[in-house]
Design a binder for this molecule. Structure first.
Ligand code: CAA
Length: 291
């Protein structure tokens, strides 16, 4: 949690698009590393909620003696929330962490292209969409790459670094160095659906749902087997609740569309749970109840 990493030369201001769970986590680690961080959401209540989440996490970190009050204050002083896209005009790097929808991302980057300098590096935190496809929708595919963070961002050390077909070596190296400057462990991942982690994780999670549906075991026994049997921090059904059932269903659909491999097809039960509004921890009901 305590960062004493070298900031990337020429990068002072970082913009983060989206202040949901991932966006606020990314904004937190950027501000904590020492970058002046501006996080933008479409409405002020989501900005406030995201900033509150960061402040709560930092306060909890102080209680756990993972950081000092001074470090918490320094992080908060580096953090600015906004609903105005033009406030990102001074940024040297912009990371997008909005909804996992290709058109929404293309629209967001088109707007960003207009308000930022042409030398600014763009990164997408997409977990399943094609980096080359998003990059080619911008005026700077050579300055575009994927930086895929994991939830909870301040705790998980990995960042997958993905280069599109036209990402320059300079951009790729800068993205890698940027992840290191956040105290993260970057891993080079290919621009293939789900990169490395989700390529392996998603079929595992979907298979767990199919087997649960077929009566392999209770939800508790399936989860307990994987936590105790493999020392996973969470069993697959608990992890699905943590990721969000809608998010997992959406990622599976995107990956299945590209790979045409039945292992990535979202199971009937998952789809029905999403349709029934059981989205996991975020709204209190998923495979388990959290209310
Ligand atoms: N400030 C600082 N550190 C904190 C903290 C805070 N506010 N809150 C927690 N931590 C630290 C703790 O100190 C602890 O660190 P150490 O191990 O160094 O002591 C660590 O975080 C774990 O915290 P806890 O012990 O309190 O909590 P836990 O043991 O219940 O773990 C968890 C919680 C980290 C979420 C753990 O359950 C876990 O790792 N789950 C799996 C998470 C996962 O798989 N994430 C990836 C999801 S997939 C994804 O994101 C990508 C995608 O595209 C879908």
């Amino acid at each position: 949690m305590t960062k004493s990493n070298t900031l990337v030369a020429g990068v002072r201001n970082v913009g983060v698009l989206g202040c949901g769970l991932m966006g606020s986590g990314i904004a937190q680690v950027c501000a904590q590393a020492g970058y002046r961080t501006i996080v933008r959401e479409v409405d002020s209540s989501t900005v406030a909620k995201g900033i509150d989440r960061i402040e709560g996490f930092l306060a909890d970190g102080v209680n756990r003696k993972k950081l000092t009050n001074e470090q918490k204050d320094a992080t908060m002083a580096n953090l600015f929330g906004t609903t105005n896209l033009e406030d990102l005009s001074e940024c040297d790097v912009v990371i997008e962490a909005i909804v996992e929808d290709l058109q929404a991302k293309l629209d967001a980057f088109e707007a960003l292209d207009k308000v930022t300098r042409s030398d600014v590096m763009f990164a997408s935190n997409t977990s399943s969409l094609c980096i080359t496809e998003i990059a080619e929708g911008t005026a700077r595919p050579n300055r575009f790459l994927g930086l895929h963070f994991f939830s909870p961002v301040p705790v998980m050390s990995i960042v997958e670094v993905i280069r599109g077909l036209n990402t320059s070596d300079e951009t790729y190296n800068k993205g890698f160095a940027f992840a290191v400057s956040l105290g993260k462990e970057p891993v080079s991942a290919p621009d293939q659906p789900g990169f490395i982690v989700n390529r392996l994780l998603i079929p595992y999670l979907l298979h767990a749902v199919r087997l649960y549906e077929s009566g392999l075991g209770t939800r508790e026994d399936i989860d307990k087997s994987m936590t105790l049997g493999l020392r996973h921090p969470m069993g697959p059904l608990t992890l699905l609740d943590f990721v969000g059932l809608d998010t997992a269903h959406n990622i599976a659909n995107i990956m299945y569309k590209e790979l045409r491999d039945p292992a990535y097809a979202s199971p009937a039960l998952l789809k029905r749970m999403v349709l029934a509004g059981r989205l996991g921890r975020k709204n209190g009901r998923g495979f388990y109840d959290y209310l």
